[in-house]
Ligand binder design. Structure first.
Ligand code: FAD
Length: 467
Protein backbone atom coordinates (compact mmCIF):
# COMPACT_ATOMS: atom_id res chain seq x y z
CA UNK A 1 0.00 0.00 0.00
CA UNK A 2 2.76 2.49 1.00
CA UNK A 3 4.75 1.46 -2.04
CA UNK A 4 1.78 2.18 -4.33
CA UNK A 5 1.28 5.60 -2.72
CA UNK A 6 4.96 6.52 -3.09
CA UNK A 7 4.85 5.55 -6.78
CA UNK A 8 1.76 7.71 -7.25
CA UNK A 9 3.33 10.66 -5.41
CA UNK A 10 6.49 10.39 -7.55
CA UNK A 11 4.35 10.45 -10.67
CA UNK A 12 2.49 13.51 -9.41
CA UNK A 13 5.45 15.59 -8.18
CA UNK A 14 8.50 14.07 -9.85
CA UNK A 15 10.94 11.84 -7.94
CA UNK A 16 13.09 14.78 -6.78
CA UNK A 17 10.20 16.07 -4.68
CA UNK A 18 9.34 12.84 -2.87
CA UNK A 19 12.11 12.16 -0.36
CA UNK A 20 12.34 8.85 1.46
CA UNK A 21 16.06 8.18 1.87
CA UNK A 22 19.01 9.92 3.48
CA UNK A 23 18.99 12.36 6.35
CA UNK A 24 15.48 13.81 6.64
CA UNK A 25 16.01 15.26 10.12
CA UNK A 26 15.55 18.84 8.85
CA UNK A 27 11.86 17.92 8.39
CA UNK A 28 11.50 15.14 10.96
CA UNK A 29 12.97 16.93 13.98
CA UNK A 30 11.54 20.12 15.48
CA UNK A 31 13.48 23.35 16.12
CA UNK A 32 13.89 22.66 19.83
CA UNK A 33 15.01 19.07 19.11
CA UNK A 34 12.32 17.73 21.45
CA UNK A 35 10.35 15.82 18.83
CA UNK A 36 11.91 13.51 16.28
CA UNK A 37 9.53 11.47 14.13
CA UNK A 38 9.79 9.28 11.07
CA UNK A 39 7.94 10.18 7.87
CA UNK A 40 6.78 7.75 5.21
CA UNK A 41 8.01 10.44 2.81
CA UNK A 42 8.74 14.15 2.70
CA UNK A 43 6.81 15.60 -0.25
CA UNK A 44 7.37 19.04 -1.70
CA UNK A 45 4.53 20.09 -4.00
CA UNK A 46 5.13 23.19 -6.12
CA UNK A 47 1.56 24.44 -6.56
CA UNK A 48 -1.88 24.45 -4.98
CA UNK A 49 -3.04 21.86 -7.52
CA UNK A 50 -0.16 19.58 -6.53
CA UNK A 51 -1.04 19.97 -2.84
CA UNK A 52 -4.63 18.99 -3.66
CA UNK A 53 -3.42 15.98 -5.68
CA UNK A 54 -1.19 14.82 -2.78
CA UNK A 55 -4.10 15.10 -0.33
CA UNK A 56 -6.35 13.09 -2.66
CA UNK A 57 -3.71 10.39 -3.19
CA UNK A 58 -3.02 10.10 0.55
CA UNK A 59 -6.79 9.91 1.14
CA UNK A 60 -7.13 6.95 -1.25
CA UNK A 61 -4.38 5.13 0.63
CA UNK A 62 -5.65 6.15 4.08
CA UNK A 63 -2.41 7.92 4.96
CA UNK A 64 -2.37 11.04 7.15
CA UNK A 65 -0.53 14.27 6.37
CA UNK A 66 1.51 16.66 8.50
CA UNK A 67 1.84 20.09 6.86
CA UNK A 68 5.09 21.94 7.49
CA UNK A 69 6.36 25.43 6.69
CA UNK A 70 9.69 26.62 8.11
CA UNK A 71 9.70 24.10 10.98
CA UNK A 72 10.31 26.82 13.56
CA UNK A 73 7.21 25.95 15.61
CA UNK A 74 7.84 25.54 19.33
CA UNK A 75 5.11 23.04 20.28
CA UNK A 76 6.04 20.01 18.16
CA UNK A 77 3.05 20.40 15.83
CA UNK A 78 4.82 20.35 12.48
CA UNK A 79 6.84 17.12 12.60
CA UNK A 80 5.56 13.59 11.95
CA UNK A 81 5.00 11.03 14.69
CA UNK A 82 7.23 7.95 15.04
CA UNK A 83 4.93 5.58 13.10
CA UNK A 84 6.62 6.02 9.71
CA UNK A 85 3.07 6.14 8.28
CA UNK A 86 2.61 9.90 7.87
CA UNK A 87 3.44 12.01 4.84
CA UNK A 88 5.25 15.21 5.70
CA UNK A 89 4.00 17.87 3.27
CA UNK A 90 6.48 20.74 3.06
CA UNK A 91 5.26 24.01 1.54
CA UNK A 92 8.84 25.20 1.00
CA UNK A 93 8.66 25.21 -2.82
CA UNK A 94 5.56 27.40 -2.77
CA UNK A 95 7.43 30.55 -1.86
CA UNK A 96 6.29 33.30 -4.23
CA UNK A 97 4.83 36.70 -3.49
CA UNK A 98 1.95 36.44 -5.95
CA UNK A 99 0.85 40.07 -6.11
CA UNK A 100 0.90 43.40 -4.32
CA UNK A 101 -2.06 45.79 -4.63
CA UNK A 102 -0.86 49.15 -3.28
CA UNK A 103 -4.26 50.86 -3.68
CA UNK A 104 -5.99 48.11 -1.71
CA UNK A 105 -3.03 47.85 0.70
CA UNK A 106 -2.83 44.08 0.27
CA UNK A 107 -0.31 41.43 -0.69
CA UNK A 108 -1.09 37.88 -1.84
CA UNK A 109 1.51 35.23 -1.12
CA UNK A 110 2.10 31.50 -1.41
CA UNK A 111 1.89 29.80 1.99
CA UNK A 112 5.54 28.72 1.86
CA UNK A 113 6.77 32.30 1.41
CA UNK A 114 9.30 33.12 4.16
CA UNK A 115 8.07 35.92 6.42
CA UNK A 116 11.20 38.01 5.85
CA UNK A 117 10.72 37.81 2.06
CA UNK A 118 7.17 39.05 2.43
CA UNK A 119 8.34 41.93 4.66
CA UNK A 120 11.00 42.80 2.06
CA UNK A 121 8.52 42.68 -0.84
CA UNK A 122 6.21 45.05 1.03
CA UNK A 123 9.16 47.33 1.83
CA UNK A 124 10.26 47.35 -1.82
CA UNK A 125 6.77 48.62 -2.66
CA UNK A 126 7.16 51.39 -0.04
CA UNK A 127 4.73 49.62 2.31
CA UNK A 128 4.86 47.70 5.58
CA UNK A 129 3.89 44.13 6.44
CA UNK A 130 4.19 44.42 10.21
CA UNK A 131 4.27 40.79 11.44
CA UNK A 132 7.70 40.40 13.03
CA UNK A 133 9.28 37.62 15.09
CA UNK A 134 12.76 36.34 15.80
CA UNK A 135 12.22 33.34 13.48
CA UNK A 136 11.26 35.57 10.53
CA UNK A 137 14.25 34.47 8.42
CA UNK A 138 12.93 30.87 8.37
CA UNK A 139 9.24 30.74 9.28
CA UNK A 140 6.59 30.87 6.55
CA UNK A 141 3.34 32.77 6.19
CA UNK A 142 1.42 29.47 6.12
CA UNK A 143 3.00 28.50 9.45
CA UNK A 144 2.41 31.98 10.86
CA UNK A 145 -1.28 31.80 9.98
CA UNK A 146 -1.68 28.19 11.10
CA UNK A 147 -0.29 29.11 14.52
CA UNK A 148 -1.80 32.63 14.55
CA UNK A 149 1.69 33.93 15.31
CA UNK A 150 2.12 37.03 17.43
CA UNK A 151 5.58 38.55 17.71
CA UNK A 152 6.78 42.00 18.59
CA UNK A 153 4.30 44.32 16.85
CA UNK A 154 0.99 42.93 18.13
CA UNK A 155 0.44 45.95 20.37
CA UNK A 156 -0.14 48.15 17.32
CA UNK A 157 -1.01 45.81 14.42
CA UNK A 158 -2.46 42.67 16.00
CA UNK A 159 -1.40 39.07 15.47
CA UNK A 160 -1.40 37.05 12.23
CA UNK A 161 -5.19 36.69 12.31
CA UNK A 162 -5.69 40.45 12.29
CA UNK A 163 -3.27 40.80 9.38
CA UNK A 164 -5.04 38.29 7.13
CA UNK A 165 -7.93 39.14 4.83
CA UNK A 166 -8.21 35.98 2.76
CA UNK A 167 -6.98 32.40 2.45
CA UNK A 168 -6.61 29.68 -0.11
CA UNK A 169 -6.93 26.26 1.51
CA UNK A 170 -6.75 22.64 0.38
CA UNK A 171 -9.38 20.79 2.40
CA UNK A 172 -9.04 17.33 3.94
CA UNK A 173 -10.75 15.84 0.89
CA UNK A 174 -8.39 17.57 -1.53
CA UNK A 175 -10.74 20.33 -2.73
CA UNK A 176 -9.41 23.86 -3.13
CA UNK A 177 -11.26 26.63 -1.29
CA UNK A 178 -10.36 29.93 -2.95
CA UNK A 179 -11.05 32.52 -0.29
CA UNK A 180 -8.29 34.89 -1.42
CA UNK A 181 -10.36 37.99 -0.92
CA UNK A 182 -8.77 41.33 -0.22
CA UNK A 183 -12.01 42.63 1.28
CA UNK A 184 -12.09 44.37 4.63
CA UNK A 185 -15.83 43.85 4.86
CA UNK A 186 -17.52 40.56 3.95
CA UNK A 187 -20.38 39.37 6.13
CA UNK A 188 -21.58 36.49 4.00
CA UNK A 189 -21.99 33.87 6.68
CA UNK A 190 -19.56 31.91 8.83
CA UNK A 191 -15.96 33.11 8.76
CA UNK A 192 -14.11 30.13 7.27
CA UNK A 193 -10.85 32.06 7.18
CA UNK A 194 -10.88 32.48 10.94
CA UNK A 195 -11.50 28.75 11.41
CA UNK A 196 -8.35 27.80 9.53
CA UNK A 197 -6.18 30.47 11.16
CA UNK A 198 -4.70 29.04 14.35
CA UNK A 199 -5.83 25.48 13.53
CA UNK A 200 -2.20 24.22 13.33
CA UNK A 201 -2.71 22.16 10.18
CA UNK A 202 -5.56 20.10 11.66
CA UNK A 203 -8.41 21.49 9.53
CA UNK A 204 -6.87 22.24 6.13
CA UNK A 205 -3.64 23.04 4.34
CA UNK A 206 -3.16 26.74 3.73
CA UNK A 207 -1.65 27.28 0.27
CA UNK A 208 -2.04 31.04 -0.15
CA UNK A 209 -3.03 34.16 1.77
CA UNK A 210 -4.02 37.75 1.16
CA UNK A 211 -2.49 39.95 3.83
CA UNK A 212 -2.99 43.52 5.01
CA UNK A 213 -0.29 46.08 4.31
CA UNK A 214 0.21 49.46 5.93
CA UNK A 215 1.83 52.70 4.81
CA UNK A 216 5.50 52.41 5.85
CA UNK A 217 6.10 54.61 8.90
CA UNK A 218 8.57 57.36 8.10
CA UNK A 219 9.88 57.88 11.62
CA UNK A 220 10.84 55.14 14.07
CA UNK A 221 12.79 55.11 17.31
CA UNK A 222 13.72 52.30 19.69
CA UNK A 223 14.68 52.72 23.34
CA UNK A 224 15.89 50.50 26.14
CA UNK A 225 15.01 51.33 29.74
CA UNK A 226 16.21 49.81 33.01
CA UNK A 227 13.64 49.12 35.75
CA UNK A 228 13.67 47.58 39.21
CA UNK A 229 10.64 45.33 38.80
CA UNK A 230 7.57 44.31 36.86
CA UNK A 231 5.21 46.68 38.76
CA UNK A 232 7.36 49.54 37.40
CA UNK A 233 7.33 48.01 33.91
CA UNK A 234 3.52 47.80 33.94
CA UNK A 235 3.30 51.42 35.14
CA UNK A 236 5.71 52.44 32.35
CA UNK A 237 3.47 50.71 29.81
CA UNK A 238 0.49 52.70 31.07
CA UNK A 239 2.46 55.95 30.88
CA UNK A 240 3.78 55.12 27.39
CA UNK A 241 0.28 54.29 26.13
CA UNK A 242 -1.09 57.57 27.45
CA UNK A 243 1.74 59.67 26.03
CA UNK A 244 2.57 57.86 22.80
CA UNK A 245 -0.90 56.59 21.90
CA UNK A 246 -1.10 54.34 18.81
CA UNK A 247 2.51 55.18 17.86
CA UNK A 248 3.75 52.66 20.43
CA UNK A 249 4.42 49.51 18.38
CA UNK A 250 6.53 47.39 20.71
CA UNK A 251 6.91 46.96 24.48
CA UNK A 252 9.09 43.99 25.46
CA UNK A 253 10.41 43.02 28.88
CA UNK A 254 13.54 41.00 29.61
CA UNK A 255 14.62 39.78 33.03
CA UNK A 256 18.23 40.13 34.16
CA UNK A 257 18.79 36.37 33.88
CA UNK A 258 17.45 36.12 30.33
CA UNK A 259 19.97 38.80 29.27
CA UNK A 260 22.75 37.13 31.26
CA UNK A 261 22.18 34.05 29.10
CA UNK A 262 22.52 36.21 25.97
CA UNK A 263 25.74 37.66 27.40
CA UNK A 264 27.06 34.17 28.14
CA UNK A 265 26.34 32.63 24.73
CA UNK A 266 26.61 35.72 22.51
CA UNK A 267 29.10 38.01 24.29
CA UNK A 268 29.48 40.12 21.14
CA UNK A 269 25.93 41.55 21.60
CA UNK A 270 26.20 44.68 23.78
CA UNK A 271 23.85 45.10 26.75
CA UNK A 272 23.62 48.74 27.90
CA UNK A 273 22.22 47.81 31.36
CA UNK A 274 23.88 44.56 32.45
CA UNK A 275 22.96 44.99 36.14
CA UNK A 276 19.32 46.06 35.69
CA UNK A 277 16.79 43.65 37.23
CA UNK A 278 14.54 44.25 34.21
CA UNK A 279 15.18 45.81 30.81
CA UNK A 280 12.35 47.16 28.70
CA UNK A 281 12.51 47.61 24.94
CA UNK A 282 10.13 50.18 23.49
CA UNK A 283 9.48 51.12 19.90
CA UNK A 284 7.64 54.14 18.60
CA UNK A 285 6.62 55.14 15.08
CA UNK A 286 5.82 58.71 14.12
CA UNK A 287 5.68 60.98 11.10
CA UNK A 288 9.47 61.47 11.22
CA UNK A 289 12.50 60.27 13.21
CA UNK A 290 12.89 63.59 15.03
CA UNK A 291 9.31 63.54 16.24
CA UNK A 292 9.63 59.91 17.37
CA UNK A 293 12.86 60.76 19.24
CA UNK A 294 11.38 63.80 21.01
CA UNK A 295 8.20 61.97 22.02
CA UNK A 296 10.09 58.94 23.30
CA UNK A 297 12.65 61.05 25.20
CA UNK A 298 10.05 63.22 26.92
CA UNK A 299 8.01 60.16 27.98
CA UNK A 300 11.16 58.50 29.35
CA UNK A 301 12.13 61.68 31.24
CA UNK A 302 8.72 61.65 32.87
CA UNK A 303 9.20 57.97 33.76
CA UNK A 304 12.59 58.80 35.34
CA UNK A 305 11.00 61.62 37.36
CA UNK A 306 8.25 59.27 38.56
CA UNK A 307 10.82 56.65 39.59
CA UNK A 308 9.49 54.04 37.15
CA UNK A 309 12.87 53.56 35.47
CA UNK A 310 16.48 54.06 36.58
CA UNK A 311 18.02 54.79 33.19
CA UNK A 312 17.27 54.70 29.46
CA UNK A 313 18.94 54.93 26.06
CA UNK A 314 17.29 55.92 22.80
CA UNK A 315 18.85 54.48 19.65
CA UNK A 316 19.93 57.26 17.32
CA UNK A 317 20.38 55.20 14.18
CA UNK A 318 18.92 52.15 12.51
CA UNK A 319 22.07 50.20 13.42
CA UNK A 320 21.69 51.05 17.11
CA UNK A 321 18.02 50.13 16.95
CA UNK A 322 18.86 46.75 15.37
CA UNK A 323 21.44 46.12 18.11
CA UNK A 324 18.78 46.63 20.80
CA UNK A 325 16.34 44.31 19.03
CA UNK A 326 19.13 41.80 18.51
CA UNK A 327 19.49 41.57 22.28
CA UNK A 328 15.81 40.73 22.68
CA UNK A 329 15.69 38.34 19.73
CA UNK A 330 18.69 36.35 20.91
CA UNK A 331 17.10 35.19 24.15
CA UNK A 332 15.43 32.06 22.69
CA UNK A 333 18.64 31.03 20.96
CA UNK A 334 20.71 31.67 24.10
CA UNK A 335 18.26 29.56 26.07
CA UNK A 336 18.52 26.65 23.70
CA UNK A 337 22.34 26.94 23.80
CA UNK A 338 22.06 26.66 27.58
CA UNK A 339 20.10 23.39 27.27
CA UNK A 340 16.57 22.02 27.24
CA UNK A 341 14.14 24.02 29.33
CA UNK A 342 10.49 24.02 30.28
CA UNK A 343 8.71 26.61 28.15
CA UNK A 344 5.51 28.39 29.10
CA UNK A 345 4.14 30.75 26.47
CA UNK A 346 1.34 32.31 28.48
CA UNK A 347 -0.88 35.35 28.42
CA UNK A 348 -2.40 37.20 31.32
CA UNK A 349 -4.23 40.46 31.91
CA UNK A 350 -1.31 42.95 31.98
CA UNK A 351 -2.40 44.20 35.41
CA UNK A 352 -2.06 40.66 36.86
CA UNK A 353 1.48 40.02 35.61
CA UNK A 354 3.52 41.37 38.57
CA UNK A 355 1.56 39.33 41.15
CA UNK A 356 1.55 36.22 38.94
CA UNK A 357 5.33 36.35 38.50
CA UNK A 358 6.08 37.07 42.16
CA UNK A 359 3.88 34.23 43.42
CA UNK A 360 4.85 31.69 40.76
CA UNK A 361 8.60 32.43 41.00
CA UNK A 362 8.40 31.83 44.77
CA UNK A 363 6.44 28.58 44.36
CA UNK A 364 8.90 27.19 41.79
CA UNK A 365 11.96 28.19 43.82
CA UNK A 366 10.44 26.54 46.89
CA UNK A 367 9.94 23.29 44.97
CA UNK A 368 13.45 23.17 43.43
CA UNK A 369 15.91 25.57 45.05
CA UNK A 370 18.29 27.11 42.51
CA UNK A 371 15.91 26.68 39.57
CA UNK A 372 16.63 29.40 36.99
CA UNK A 373 13.70 31.41 35.63
CA UNK A 374 14.05 32.87 32.14
CA UNK A 375 11.32 35.43 31.96
CA UNK A 376 10.81 37.72 28.99
CA UNK A 377 8.16 38.60 26.46
CA UNK A 378 5.65 40.90 24.89
CA UNK A 379 4.41 42.68 28.03
CA UNK A 380 2.50 45.17 25.87
CA UNK A 381 0.02 42.45 24.93
CA UNK A 382 0.15 40.48 28.18
CA UNK A 383 2.30 37.67 26.74
CA UNK A 384 5.12 36.25 28.84
CA UNK A 385 7.62 33.56 27.94
CA UNK A 386 7.89 32.18 31.43
CA UNK A 387 10.56 29.51 31.03
CA UNK A 388 12.34 27.35 33.55
CA UNK A 389 15.93 26.20 33.26
CA UNK A 390 17.60 23.54 35.45
CA UNK A 391 19.75 24.73 38.37
CA UNK A 392 23.31 25.61 37.29
CA UNK A 393 25.33 22.47 36.65
CA UNK A 394 22.34 20.05 36.74
CA UNK A 395 21.53 17.85 33.73
CA UNK A 396 18.80 19.55 31.69
CA UNK A 397 17.21 16.29 30.53
CA UNK A 398 17.18 14.79 34.04
CA UNK A 399 15.63 18.03 35.32
CA UNK A 400 12.90 17.93 32.68
CA UNK A 401 12.16 14.25 33.31
CA UNK A 402 11.85 14.87 37.06
CA UNK A 403 9.97 18.16 37.13
CA UNK A 404 8.31 19.11 33.84
CA UNK A 405 4.89 17.71 34.63
CA UNK A 406 4.69 19.19 38.12
CA UNK A 407 6.06 22.56 36.98
CA UNK A 408 3.58 22.73 34.12
CA UNK A 409 0.70 22.03 36.48
CA UNK A 410 1.94 24.63 38.94
CA UNK A 411 2.40 27.34 36.29
CA UNK A 412 -0.78 26.60 34.34
CA UNK A 413 -2.93 26.40 37.49
CA UNK A 414 -1.59 29.83 38.45
CA UNK A 415 -2.25 31.15 34.92
CA UNK A 416 -5.82 29.90 35.23
CA UNK A 417 -6.29 31.52 38.68
CA UNK A 418 -5.10 34.84 37.26
CA UNK A 419 -7.49 34.62 34.28
CA UNK A 420 -4.85 33.84 31.62
CA UNK A 421 -4.27 31.41 28.76
CA UNK A 422 -1.81 28.47 28.63
CA UNK A 423 -0.88 29.32 25.04
CA UNK A 424 -0.51 32.94 24.00
CA UNK A 425 1.06 32.58 20.56
CA UNK A 426 2.85 29.26 19.97
CA UNK A 427 -0.25 27.06 19.86
CA UNK A 428 -0.98 23.64 21.35
CA UNK A 429 0.65 21.18 18.92
CA UNK A 430 1.87 18.01 20.64
CA UNK A 431 3.42 19.80 23.61
CA UNK A 432 0.25 21.08 25.28
CA UNK A 433 -2.28 18.62 23.89
CA UNK A 434 -2.59 16.71 27.16
CA UNK A 435 -3.04 19.90 29.13
CA UNK A 436 -5.70 21.50 26.94
CA UNK A 437 -8.66 19.53 28.40
CA UNK A 438 -7.71 20.71 31.91
CA UNK A 439 -7.75 24.38 31.01
CA UNK A 440 -10.37 24.73 28.24
CA UNK A 441 -14.06 24.51 29.02
CA UNK A 442 -15.85 21.25 28.09
CA UNK A 443 -18.22 23.23 25.88
CA UNK A 444 -15.34 24.83 23.95
CA UNK A 445 -13.62 21.44 23.56
CA UNK A 446 -16.82 19.79 22.31
CA UNK A 447 -17.33 22.53 19.72
CA UNK A 448 -13.69 22.20 18.62
CA UNK A 449 -14.10 18.42 18.19
CA UNK A 450 -17.31 18.94 16.19
CA UNK A 451 -15.52 21.39 13.89
CA UNK A 452 -12.63 18.94 13.44
CA UNK A 453 -14.97 16.09 12.54
CA UNK A 454 -16.97 18.28 10.15
CA UNK A 455 -13.89 19.46 8.26
CA UNK A 456 -11.70 16.36 8.57
CA UNK A 457 -14.03 13.46 9.42
CA UNK A 458 -11.41 10.77 8.84
CA UNK A 459 -8.78 12.58 10.91
CA UNK A 460 -6.18 12.67 8.14
CA UNK A 461 -4.78 16.16 8.76
CA UNK A 462 -2.16 16.41 11.49
CA UNK A 463 -3.81 13.80 13.74
CA UNK A 464 -3.22 13.91 17.50
CA UNK A 465 -2.17 17.51 17.40
CA UNK A 466 -4.17 20.16 19.31
CA UNK A 467 -7.05 17.74 20.13
P1 FAD B 1 5.99 25.19 11.22
O1 FAD B 1 6.84 25.11 12.42
O2 FAD B 1 6.46 24.50 10.01
O3 FAD B 1 4.53 24.65 11.57
C1 FAD B 1 3.83 25.15 12.70
C2 FAD B 1 2.42 24.54 12.72
O4 FAD B 1 1.67 25.01 11.60
C3 FAD B 1 2.41 23.01 12.59
O5 FAD B 1 1.32 22.51 13.32
C4 FAD B 1 2.19 22.77 11.11
O6 FAD B 1 1.57 21.53 10.85
C5 FAD B 1 1.30 23.93 10.73
N1 FAD B 1 1.51 24.44 9.38
C6 FAD B 1 2.64 24.97 8.84
N2 FAD B 1 2.40 25.39 7.59
C7 FAD B 1 1.11 25.11 7.32
C8 FAD B 1 0.27 25.31 6.20
N3 FAD B 1 0.71 25.90 5.10
N4 FAD B 1 -1.03 24.91 6.27
C9 FAD B 1 -1.50 24.31 7.40
N5 FAD B 1 -0.75 24.10 8.48
C10 FAD B 1 0.54 24.50 8.44
N6 FAD B 1 5.99 32.55 17.46
C11 FAD B 1 5.25 33.63 17.76
O7 FAD B 1 4.02 33.59 17.60
N7 FAD B 1 5.83 34.78 18.21
C12 FAD B 1 7.16 34.90 18.38
O8 FAD B 1 7.64 35.95 18.80
C13 FAD B 1 7.97 33.77 18.07
N8 FAD B 1 9.30 33.83 18.20
C14 FAD B 1 10.05 32.75 17.86
C15 FAD B 1 11.45 32.84 17.97
C16 FAD B 1 12.25 31.76 17.62
C17 FAD B 1 13.74 31.89 17.72
C18 FAD B 1 11.65 30.56 17.16
C19 FAD B 1 12.47 29.39 16.75
C20 FAD B 1 10.28 30.46 17.07
C21 FAD B 1 9.47 31.55 17.41
N9 FAD B 1 8.08 31.49 17.32
C22 FAD B 1 7.32 32.58 17.61
C23 FAD B 1 7.42 30.23 16.91
C24 FAD B 1 7.32 30.02 15.38
O9 FAD B 1 8.26 30.76 14.69
C25 FAD B 1 5.94 30.37 14.90
O10 FAD B 1 5.03 29.46 15.46
C26 FAD B 1 5.77 30.36 13.37
O11 FAD B 1 4.51 30.93 13.08
C27 FAD B 1 5.85 28.97 12.76
O12 FAD B 1 5.97 29.09 11.35
P2 FAD B 1 6.63 27.91 10.50
O13 FAD B 1 6.48 28.22 9.06
O14 FAD B 1 7.99 27.62 10.97
O15 FAD B 1 5.63 26.71 10.88
Amino acid sequence: MSHALLTELRELLGPAHVLTDGDLSAWERDWRKRYHGKALAVVRPGSTEEVAAVVQACGLHDVSIVPQGGNTGLVGGGVPDASGRQVLLSLSRMNRVRAIDPANLTMTVDAGCILQQAQQAADDAGLLFPLSLAAEGSCTLGGNLSTNAGGTQVLRYGNARELCLGLEVVTATGEVWDGLSGLRKDNTGYDLRDLFIGSEGTLGIITGATLKLYPRPVGRRTALAAAQGLPQAVALLELARRHLDAGLTGFEVMSAFSLQLVGKHFPQIPNPFPTAPWSILLELVASDDGQAQTALESMLELALEQGLIDDAVVAESLAQSHALWHLRESISLAQSEEGLNIKHDISLPVSAIPAFVAQTDAALQARVPGVRLVNFGHLGDGNLHYNVQAPEGDSASAFLAAHEEAFNALVYDAVCRFGGSISAEHGIGALKREQLPHYKSPVALRLMRQIKSALDPLGRLNPNRVL
